[in-house]
Design a protein around this ligand. Structure first.
Ligand code: MOS
Length: 735
């Protein structure tokens, strides 16, 4: 056992190495654009240079004269493409990004696809397309003229008279926080390759939802859903960016059909900032009323979020912030600010990431106002019941705090800001809570076992680099009593039974629940025919062999559908048609959440204000952990992402032109190895078999949730400067 492969505690699976690890490190794993296609043509996108207005004309002549250019698709010659409606909830289209002229809804909207014999010709052709516009003054977002507002229509949590309780409270905190636009920037770019054979379309495209991509591509092209197939076994990172349907898919498919030849598109890094979604910019006003004991009588959380003109996309993390503690009363509200921007969407740890940063920063401010230890403030407000009366199914928040605090050495902290130092470096310690809703979706799976003791597991789930292949293999091995090496797992192919969109950390819970059901059915058949064997004997390969002999078959196959409680009866039918169902979190009778506590040490140079994160300890409880190695890796990656969110990441916006400025990996800052020192992960045992059949709460996003607030709180402790606008860069500390 090593730090990267921790010894499993109670209710934790072994640290099996990733079953796709060798393929990944040897380069044999095929990503979307790696699939060899016969004599492909290459696409290159042209995107709009204005953020608002209309296309006056598109002159293609010069581009068509570029050697090798075969076709140029614009709105004028693609009228067979259908309009797709905005689908809330993830996995579907967004109206702004689907826009393809003549109306321009945001800067960087796709206006043409140039197709050529080579990538270079396509690129040269794209640069020769002359698009003229009738521009209008755009609105970039907050603080720019011309935006409109709408209210989030969702039934957000309210309980008691929070306004009055606030007015009557001993301690009143009224603070505002801001979080920036951020872009996912997975290493794998947005790519699409399309090939037609006998009117059947095959799409190779990185996707977090292959059944959704299949259905939406069929809709976009106006063809039957059974004529489309999506192949996407590996995804080179997604973080929410590959969940929504992109209009490029329809264009590439159409180009391939016209040319009767496969077409490949690899969009550029800067185009990736505008042809998909991103994390919405937020502002949050938080009011907390508390007694001198620290008990919170009132929590009022209001959010403002930037979105596109047409789409009511809402991050809406007040749904979760309102549940985190036993608040006496709660009022929440989210206002959408519509601007000339592409529609935002899921980005790592939606919806909680911006909103828990707000709440957990405010908790630290309250602790300071009360002169109280921040951990004790959480303890005073820890509760199994939220203000609306809903109970948590299991809640290990304070266990996480206690274990992380001990490992961190928190009791050596002196509370006064600036009171801890090491030479020229000011040392700051801060902490924050992490929660993530336990999502689980409707899913289906097929499992086949052959008499020689091998099994194939098929489900159109997605491995975004998270370890899904491995944990799905593990659940099958466990329920079939076979070694992991005997299990072959197939994912990421729309010919397989559907799984939900790989968002909201639901994949392990949803996919494993369906796979487990299929495996149990096979085991029951094998056992049912071997009633003379006792339990120990059943666990041998001889039992399997005898089972097959008695049944007189060479293989057994089971298809199973898992429907979470509360799902409509037609949830799987809808899933086949491209609409996922996700339940859990705060939706059901009980509150289902994974919890964690993060402690951060920062060192800030007294004169230059250079900020270094010297260590982080995170303790997390998330029900059953399938694999301590992949779990540890998920939490590490998430905390590193949290450092990026707190200190580095922001998409800079030219507010006159509503354009993104730093659309490359040199100017879009994110942490590199030199930014990461000591990260310590504690896997806190927890058992909650009520959340789903496998008892898994989901871990992909949890580790990212508390980091930014813990870090901001540590910066305050080091310097006495409270930065309420992310990211925290050194110029904000030069005060
Ligand atoms: Mo995750 S950001 O919900 O894909």
């Amino acid at each position: 056992m090593t730090a990267a492969a921790p010894r499993p505690g109670t209710n934790m699976g072994p640290p099996e190495p990733r079953i796709d690890g060798r393929l990944k490190v040897t380069g044999e794993a095929r990503f979307g654009s790696d699939f060899p296609l016969g004599r492909p043509a290459y696409g290159y996108l042209v995107t709009s240079t204005i953020a608002r207005g209309r296309i006056a004309g598109i002159d293609r002549d010069e581009a068509l004269r570029v050697a090798g250019v075969l076709d140029i698709l614009t709105y004028e010659n693609t009228t067979e493409l259908k309009d797709l409606k905005y689908a809330p909830g993830g996995g579907g289209p967004t109206s702004s990004i689907q826009g393809f002229g003549p109306e321009i809804q945001y800067a960087g909207q796709i206006v043409a696809l140039v197709v050529a014999d080579s990538f270079e010709s396509a690129r040269e052709g794209a640069r020769a397309v002359r698009v003229s516009y009738v521009p209008e003054a755009p609105s970039a977002g907050f603080d720019t003229a011309g935006t409109t507002e709408s209210q989030d229509e969702a039934d957000l949590p309210q309980a008691g008279d929070a306004k009055r309780a606030f007015d009557e409270a001993d301690i009143q905190l009224d603070v505002t926080y801001e979080t920036p636009t951020q872009h996912h920037n997975p290493i794998e770019l947005f790519t699409t390759s399309c090939a037609w054979l006998d009117n059947q379309l095959t799409i190779y495209e990185p996707s977090q939802f292959v059944h959704g991509l299949k259905a939406n591509a069929a809709g976009k092209l106006g063809i039957a859903i059974e004529d489309v197939r999506v192949i996407n076994p590996y995804v080179g990172g997604a973080f929410g960016s590959k969940a929504q349907f992109s209009p490029r898919t329809g264009l590439v498919a159409l180009a391939a059909r016209r040319l009767n030849r496969p077409v490949k598109l690899v969009a550029t890094r800067d185009q990736g900032f505008t042809i998909q979604t991103y994390r919405a910019e937020t502002r949050q006003r938080i009011r907390i009323g508390a007694a001198r004991s620290g008990k919170i009588s009132s929590f009022i959380h209001e959010g403002w979020e930037v979105t596109s003109r047409p789409d009511p996309y809402s991050v809406s993390g007040v749904e979760d912030s309102a549940r985190l503690y036993g608040f006496g009363s709660v009022a929440t509200r989210v206002t959408l600010v519509h601007a000339d921007r592409n529609t935002p969407g899921f980005m790592r740890s939606p919806p909680v990431m911006p909103y828990i940063y707000g709440l957990e920063s405010a908790m630290d401010e309250l602790a300071a106002a009360l002169n109280m230890d921040p951990v004790e403030l959480r303890r005073v407000n820890d509760s199994m019941t939220d203000a609306t009366g809903k109970r948590w199914s299991t809640r290990s928040l304070m266990t996480c705090y206690d274990q992380a605090a001990e490992r961190f050495g928190w009791n050596a902290r002196t509370p006064r800001p600036g009171s801890m130092r090491d030479g020229d470096w000011l040392v700051g310690w801060g902490c924050a809570s992490a929660i993530y809703p336990t999502h689980v979706g409707a899913a289906a799976a097929r499992v086949r076992v052959t008499a020689d003791g091998h099994a194939t597991v098929q489900i159109a789930a997605h491995d975004l680099g998270t370890g899904a292949y491995t944990v799905i293999g593990q659940i099958a091995a466990e329920h079939l009593d076979l070694p992991l090496g005997a299990i072959h797992v197939e994912l990421g192919n729309s010919d397989l039974p559907p799984a939900p969109v790989a968002g909201g950390s639901n994949t392990t819970a949803s996919a494993c629940s369906a796979v487990m059901k299929a495996c149990k059915a096979i085991s029951a058949k094998l056992r049912g025919s071997a009633t003379t064997l006792d339990a120990a004997e059943q666990r041998t390969s001889r039992a399997l062999e005898e089972g097959f002999d008695r049944l007189g078959v060479g293989a057994l196959e089971e298809y199973a559908e898992y429907l979470p409680p509360g799902a409509p009866p037609d949830a799987i039918k809808k899933l086949y048609a491209g609409t996922p169902y996700l339940g859990g979190g705060s939706k059901g009778e009980k509150l289902m959440y994974a919890t964690g506590a993060e402690f951060v040490e920062v060192r800030i140079h007294e004169l230059t204000r250079e900020i270094r994160v010297s260590r982080i300890v995170g303790a997390f409880a998330a029900g059953r952990l399938m694999n301590t190695r992949t779990a540890h890796s998920q939490y590490m990656g998430a905390m590193i992402w949290g450092i990026g969110s707190a200190l580095h990441e922001a998409t800079e916006i030219d507010r006159r032109n509503a354009r993104y400025v730093n659309t490359n990996l040199a100017d879009y800052l994110m942490p590199v190895n030199a930014d990461i020192r000591q990260l310590d992960v504690i896997l806190v045992p927890e058992q909650d078999d009520s959340v789903n059949p496998v008892g898994v709460k989901g871990i992909g996003e949890l580790g990212n949730v508390g980091t930014a607030a813990a870090l901001a709180n540590a910066v305050y402790h080091a310097t006495g400067v409270r930065v309420r606008t992310l990211p925290i860069r050194l110029e904000k500390l030069l005060v």
